[in-house]
Design a binder for this molecule. Structure first.
Ligand code: B12
Length: 476
């Protein structure tokens, strides 16, 4: 008998959320493994903007030329602990009745499905807890397991507040498979189907075309920044062979909608460019030779020091459009907290190389961090100035304190945040706690950054003939 496994990506409750290539890659990896192990796997992705139930009710979503776009939203009441935050709290993704319907459809004919729920940000936990309750409402006999980023960073909190049957902290799928063997009274699943090299997202779990594909070519990161949890989630860097990535792309290429005459693919690695001679360079040399019409994106920050002339050339030739460099901060104190991964010199050199390869500066973006404990707005403004001086767009990255990282305790202490309440890890709420900033002042600062971005973009556009990819901004 085939066992039914339902993969659930819950909706989001937050002050802001945008579909920036957000696909539940962890779940899609597990889906691939489970299918190969003989399970009948169904997916309920509450963040799928093209979910058939959603489009049936509201019509097709608006899609930007890069495949990204806004979620369907509903205003919901704020949890008490966030009541003082002067922003609207929303549910993003499938409305509750459609979510219930989707779960019922996915479990049709299976009275005791195994339900695997994923989680991302720690501060999204109430949506996960609600999703688990709703699954129980539809299938009281379902066995529910919870994994993913939040479950890995705060497993005890997840057990207490989300109450699944089992929580799986960590990123190794081995424990899940041992559990499944025990649960089902079978053997051989783990040994035969569960190796990290076998992690391949199964996009065929979506029964409709997608506006982009999100892929990961490696897990882990050799740098251990004081503000980042990557090392806790993936203790070592593992890069997937280029052939495996080519196989994933060619297998799923038929599923991607074209927008502006190209198909979008985003890479969300923590360290895409590390060991580029054995990894990025052979991969993208091969991709270029396929002659396929792709547009690539790197929404997660790239390490400047690994942008060699050859990497920059390959990025340009392969039409990398969204390039976000991890600059983080201009001052030495925060560059040190970033494990020395970036310096002003390596940032400037990376920009020079990308410009030499063909990009106009305003086609490039740089992340800068705001809201680190003790960081002043002047410091953030200085980082922004440095980025604008080079003609790049600033991407403000509002700091989110992450349990288990070196900066976590200090942040909670400095900001008077209860470390056991993940809702307060939300990157949107820190300006309210930072005594040096404040909400109003931070809003003004964000508006200033956006004005400056526009000014630099307009000035650069008229001063250069940069031929990076530019297309119509919104499609249906
Ligand atoms: C990609 C990414 C993004 C993308 C999202 C796009 C996308 N496709 O998801 C972008 C760039 C938009 C993004 C934005 C942000 N991110 Co982010 N992001 C990540 C990143 C790098 C990868 C997540 C991922 O997909 N991993 C790959 C998959 C394969 O792994 P996985 O999901 O963990 O799944 C594995 C296991 O967990 C497990 N698993 C998963 N589900 C389940 C379920 C069950 C039942 C089981 C058994 C197992 C299991 O199986 C998988 C395979 O082994 C993580 C860091 C990391 N290394 O995880 C940060 C991370 C999640 N992000 C983080 C942060 C801080 C942010 C931002 C707040 C940054 C900012 N200040 O702007 C924003 C918030 C955006 C928002 N409000 O919506 C933090 C978490 C913060 C928190 N408090 O929880 C992380 C951990 C990075 C960090 N700094 O440490 N992010």
């Amino acid at each position: 008998m085939q066992h039914r496994a339902i993969l659930v990506n819950p909706p989001i409750y937050d002050f802001a959320a945008y579909d920036l290539f957000t696909k539940p890659l962890g779940l899609l990896h597990l889906g691939g493994l489970l299918q190969r192990a003989g399970f009948d796997v169904r997916l309920v992705d509450a963040l799928d903007r093209r979910h058939p139930l959603l489009t049936e009710r509201y019509g097709p979503p608006k899609v930007k030329h890069n495949g990204t776009g806004k979620y369907h939203t509903e205003v919901i009441s704020k949890p008490a602990v966030l009541s003082h935050i002067p922003r609207t709290y929303r549910r993003y993704g499938l409305p509750e009745d459609l979510f219930l319907q989707a779960i019922a459809v996915a479990g049709e004919g299976a009275s005791q499905p195994i339900v695997l729920v994923s989680s991302m940000m720690t501060y999204w936990w109430p949506a996960i807890a609600d999703a688990i309750c709703l699954v129980r409402e539809v299938f009281p006999k379902a066995t529910i397991a919870l994994g993913g980023v939040y479950a890995s960073l705060m497993p005890d909190h997840a057990r207490r507040h989300c109450m699944p049957d089992q929580v799986f902290p960590g990123t190794e799928p081995g424990k899940l498979f041992t559990w499944l063997e025990e649960l089902l009274g079978v053997s051989g699943i783990k040994d035969n189907y569960c190796r990290v090299e076998m992690l391949k997202p199964d996009y065929d779990l979506y029964n409709h075309p997608l506006d982009y594909l999100t892929l990961i070519t490696s897990v882990g990161c050799p740098f251990h920044c004081d503000y980042c949890a990557s090392g806790r989630l993936w203790p070592e860097l593992r890069q997937f062979p280029p052939e495996q990535m080519i196989e994933q792309i060619t297998r799923h290429v038929h599923k991607i909608n074209e927008h502006g005459r190209a198909k979008n693919i985003a890479f969300i690695d923590d360290a895409l460019l590390v060991h580029s001679e054995q990894h990025f360079e052979p991969l993208f040399t091969k991709i270029a030779s396929l002659g396929l019409n792709f547009r690539f994106h790197a929404p997660n920050g790239l390490h400047c020091r690994f942008i060699t002339d050859n990497v920059a050339r390959l990025m340009y030739e392969n039409r990398f459009e969204m390039i976000r460099l991890s600059y983080e901060a201009a001052d030495a104190r925060w560059q040190t907290a970033g494990n020395g991964k970036v310096s002003d010199q390596s940032f400037t050199t990376a920009v020079e190389r990308l410009v030499k390869a063909g990009y106009a500066p305003h086609e490039l973006q740089a992340y800068i961090l705001a809201g680190l404990p003790g960081q002043t707005l002047d410091e953030v403004a200085a980082s922004a100035r440095r980025v604008h001086q080079l003609g790049l767009m600033v991407r403000l990255c509002q700091y989110s304190p992450i349990p288990g990282t070196p900066l976590f305790k200090q942040t909670c202490r400095d900001y008077g945040i209860d470390p056991n309440e993940p809702l307060l890890h939300n990157n949107s709420v820190l300006p309210v706690f930072a005594q040096t900033v404040g909400f109003e002042q931070f809003e003004q600062f964000k508006a200033y950054i956006s004005r400056e971005n526009q000014r630099f973009s307009a000035a650069s556009a008229s001063a250069t003939t940069g031929n990076g990819p530019k297309e119509a901004s919104v499609e249906h």
